[in-house]
Design a protein around this ligand. Sequence first.
Ligand SMILES: [Zn+2]
Length: 672
Amino acid sequence: MNGKTIPAPFAYRGFMLDVCRHYMPPENIRKLLDAARELGLNVMHWHLTDDQGWRLEIRKYPQLAEKGSRRGDSCFGHVSPTENNSGFYTQQEIRDLVAYAGERGIGILPEIEIPGHAAALLAAVPGLACRREGGKPWKDRVEVTGGIFPSLVCAGKEETLTFLQDVLDEVTELFPYPAVHIGGDEALKIRWRRCPDCRRRMRELGLASEDALQRWLVLRIGEYLAGKNRKTVVWNDVLAGGQLPPHFIVQHWMGYEEETRAFMQAGGSVICSDTASYYLDYAYGSIDVRKIWRYPAVPEYARGLEDRLAGLECPLWTERISNLSRAAWMLFPRLTAASVKMAGAGETPWEKFLEEVRRKEARVEALGLRGAPEKYWSLSEEDAEQDRLEWERMNRTEETVSQIQQEGKLMALDRAERLMKETGIPEGFARLAGDVMLAEIYGEPDPGDRDGAGTLIRQLAQAADSRLWGRWARLPEEIWLSTMKCYARFIGEHRRSYGRDGFDRGEWTVRQAEARLFRIGELEYELCDENGPEIGLHIPSDAVLEAERLNASLRDARAFLAEYFPAYAKAPAVCESWLLSPVLKEVLPADSRILRFQEAFDLLETDPEDDAALEWVFYVAQGQRAGLDLRMLPEKTSLQRGLKRMLLEGRKPGSAKGRLREPEPWKAVSGK
Ligand SMILES: [Zn+2]
């Protein structure tokens, strides 16, 4: 049922208030603090800065609040475009609120979010943005829609560190709470990859990834805060860049469960804010009281590490919450229900749990805060579905839909750029490819396909998308990565033929992107259907054609097909290649690996006119064959010498199609 019993209350019993997407006047926050006291909570996590608003006065940088807290009409779906979309808290107002909360036994944990969700910050202090290599400067504004934006503070500039330290000096002066939250979620690294300052910083520090650069920045700020006797809280995304020392506190919301668990094992504390149960901006159809009751008090990643679980927190993100009555509706009774768990209710039967929620909820209502009525507390399947659909509908307007599409493209670009790095695509060409997609996203002039870079990025974005949600999603990581490495191989082959980076195999690689062609060990296997299920066998240019490796590849491929594509498990394997050409017998010695490779096939047909071998033997790409001077071909290997002689005689290398004899088709030659 609801997990391991926690007999004692959690040490950290919190709720989070986002005042960036919509501002909330101090008198309303006081009401929520009154309610929090009734519920026995002891922390209000105050999300004060985000893309859509910077909400606290900083004396040293008055422009932050002046510019960063104002936006024009906003479009968060069917929500008033004008209600509470601007405003900030003066330092006096903050002190008063901190005191008010303190009298109620509640500490206020302030959040200054970096490096992402910083559009409002950068709109006010543009000097902290990254520079852009090879493109128009980045432009930031206080954003008017929800979503994820690539607006990160520059991690390469010294000014960023100075600025953050100045801001945190005032923040720690205002908030006596023993920790400061510095965010760290949803930081798309698109700008960092293109910024000379960030790249210099990575070089100097020997950092391998932009995630590691984020971790470095977070560690620097964490050290600074530790010097002020404050712990540092971050969203769990930060762990993607590597482990953090235990004076950090990680707030877990989604993803990276293994990293969170490792952090706890190393002695770190975690606040649980799992989206599945505690995100109170979600529809009641997604999270109702019963669902909160049912969710384990100790989530999977914290099992056996209960003493490292600091507590629970329910975040209230406010894209679609512009006033107190809407906030109350979304918060109560769900925060009330969560508070029962925070108090250490353990495995309470539903009826008893409900009784406790009713009892506490009455005290919240007595404060004038009206939550959702009981019919929403435990929704039937159909009612939940209805509620989710209604919520979806309320979120969608023309403007929010186009923002969601834009965000989707940015995230796809980020994933594709990560994949290019992971699979070894040369940096310069990868950047060129990313810029093609970026120009499309921002409506900049079309830079063209740039030697195939545009085709490359579109296919990789599609493949990365498929890895998350499509055909690739269920397939093993090793096969995914070795298959995706074909892109780097093709770019290398292009360089070998033309002397510069390029990608001209776009017609070929759609099959890899669509998860129809897989690299498994030495060979590639394609799912073909023209004559019923059939396996197309392909020989990558880096295969060494050694018998044991070939047989192992085939065994692994058959096992893979049996598990994931059973319709092809026993399908015949057919290969069409210049490597099967009978002509090769004339030019190769009898013990050649190529001839031994051929022996495993029953020949079906031959094509004596084929000249694909030119590319693989002499590195003459298809586009270079017209007007080729055969006398210039190299003759470094016996294969090159033999084939060159044949070509000069006016003959072609040819190709053939054969069916593989199984099992163990390749025979190792003893003594070789
Ligand atoms: Zn930068």
